[in-house]
Design a protein around this ligand. Structure first.
Ligand code: FAD
Ligand code: SF4
Length: 464
């Protein structure tokens, strides 16, 4: 008998007053009882509308049915046929615009908590069923080697799918730590790094080799990999790590960060820990410019470093691109939002440290190319906001290093690698690409979907 409650089981979370001063995980995960109760809300729809909007097509009613039957390991096995990083996706996917956005229960009340159930199943598996990682897969020595550039979600998904097919796969990673944005961008309190590393260890257990501290385009080129390296195909999953700025006066003052730099110092280099060798400016009044997940993460990190934080966004709350849960958590933690507001300049003192940010008020006009209402300035509406640190979270684009060192690789004007949408094939023979390097900054699950599809195409290319 289905549970007809109109509301999702609430996710237990750390108290906002306590968590805004620590970096421990905010959402604590469902208990067994909550997971069983939530799974009973699923109506097992025959036409599965929730699956349509899942970029990796997880059979959602099937895994929820296993939870409802109390077989959590079988639920995990069901998800992992489609998604190799469920503990991560259960935590960071924007479910409200994907599977849960299509859930039939959402028509009258809240949708089934699909993301929360996915996280429960993955955590249960990690705790009770698989303490030492994944099963070893022997590479087929008759199959050629494949190189993957970047160890973010797209690279990991591509490598995992190829390893399952018996290929010997090597991932080349520029940084000393693997995981891409999962490790250097998304903070510990949203995605504990032990979970990311556990998923990567499981992947290594399947035979994938990871070589870190290797910048493709500098240490080695794509040509080196294809020629002397002996790799038959290359997948580029190098992400979009180049930050954008507004080009307004004062942006080069001390205390102005790109969100990428600020988050990398905190998440990758652990600058928030006493004794860390990486410095970070502890601003008292921090202004964060932007409205996406990156802005929320930067704001919440600054809050945990002890600042009063204001998010400055040029559209209204309705247009905020960040996940709804992150916005709610940011508000609970005392972060102030200034909507319809846009910076025009930043002022500093004689030592060139930021002292304030001047903003103008905006109103919404006609839709722009992205389909969202275009914000327009209101003349004479400038106000000065006192700030000793400004973090720019305005989006990122792909780093041109690989495209500028690889002959025959076509790119968009803004730097994205041009590929066939279906299979990630680039203009260069044997070279495939996917994730943020192709789309610009997007989502974990879209990057994984692209990595998986490219793996299928690489297999077809090699075996044809
Ligand atoms: P990345 O994750 O960027 O990985 C690329 C990897 O390639 C990196 O490890 C990089 O070091 C490496 N690399 C780059 N150049 C080279 C080179 N020349 N040689 C070798 N290696 C190289 N998405 C969500 O779905 N939910 C969220 O909540 C969310 N929050 C986010 C928060 C932040 C702060 C940020 C920055 C992004 C967030 N995203 C979120 C977006 C998501 O993380 C990305 O869309 C996703 O990680 C893209 O995966 P990718 O594999 O394409 O690239
Ligand atoms: Fe269950 Fe909602 Fe999917 Fe229907 S749409 S199968 S209720 S999760």
């Amino acid at each position: 008998m289905a549970n007809m409650s109109l509301e999702k089981n609430k996710m237990p979370v750390q108290d906002p007053a306590v968590r805004s001063a620590n970096f421990l995980e905010v959402a604590l995960g469902y208990t067994k009882e909550q997971a069983l109760d939530e799974a009973a809300r699923c109506l097992q729809c025959k036409n599965k509308p929730c699956v349509e909007d899942c970029p990796v097509n997880i059979d959602i009613p099937a895994f929820i049915a296993e939870i409802a039957a109390g077989d959590f390991e079988k639920a995990y096995q069901s998800i992992s046929q489609y998604n190799s990083l469920p503990a991560i996706c259960g935590r960071v996917c924007p479910q409200e615009t994907q599977c849960e956005g299509k859930c039939i229960r959402g028509k009258k009340g809240e949708p089934v908590g699909i993301g929360r159930l996915e996280r429960f199943v993955a955590d249960y598996h990690n705790e009770y069923s698989n303490p030492s990682g994944g099963a070893e897969i022997q590479a087929d020595s008759a199959k050629p080697k494949v190189a993957v550039i970047g160890s973010g979600p797209s690279g990991l998904a591509c490598a995992g799918s190829l390893a399952k097919k018996g290929y010997a796969v090597t991932i080349f990673e520029a940084l000393h730590v693997t995981g891409g944005v999962l490790s250097y961008g998304i903070p510990e309190f949203r995605l504990p790094k032990s979970i990311v590393q556990k998923e990567i260890e499981a992947l290594k257990g399947t035979g994938v080799e990871i070589i870190s501290n290797t910048v493709i385009g500098k240490t080695l080129s794509v040509d080196d990999l294809l020629n002397s390296g002996g790799y038959k195909a290359v997948f580029i999953g190098s992400g979009a790590g180049l930050p954008k700025f507004m080009n307004i006066p004062g942006e080069n003052l001390n205390g102005v960060y790109s969100a990428n730099e600020f988050l990398t110092r905190i998440n990758l280099m652990k600058a928030y820990l006493d004794g860390s060798t990486t410095p970070i400016h502890h601003g008292k009044k921090v202004a964060v410019v932007g409205g996406g997940n990156v802005a929320m993460d930067a704001a919440r990190c600054a809050r945990r470093l002890g600042a009063e934080v204001t998010i400055i966004y040029r559209r209204t709350e309705k247009e905020l691109p960040a996940r709804a849960e992150e916005v709610e958590h940011a508000k609970e933690e005392g972060i102030v939002f200034l909507f319809l507001t846009n910076p025009v300049s930043i002022a500093g003192n004689e030592k060139r440290w930021v002292t304030s940010i001047t903003c103008e008020k905006m109103k919404l006009g006609e839709p722009d190319a992205s389909g969202r209402a275009r914000p327009e300035p209101i003349v004479g509406s400038e106000t000065v906001i006192e700030s000793d640190c400004v973090i720019m979270a305005l989006g990122t684009s792909p780093n041109p290093l690989i495209s500028s060192t690889t002959a025959g690789l076509d790119i968009q004007k803004w730097g994205g690698i041009i590929t066939d949408e279906q299979d990630g094939k680039t203009s260069r023979e044997g070279v495939y690409a996917g994730g943020d390097a192709v789309t610009g900054a997007a989502t974990v699950i879209l990057a994984m979907g692209a990595g998986k599809r490219a793996a299928e195409a690489i297999d077809a290319y090699i075996t044809e």
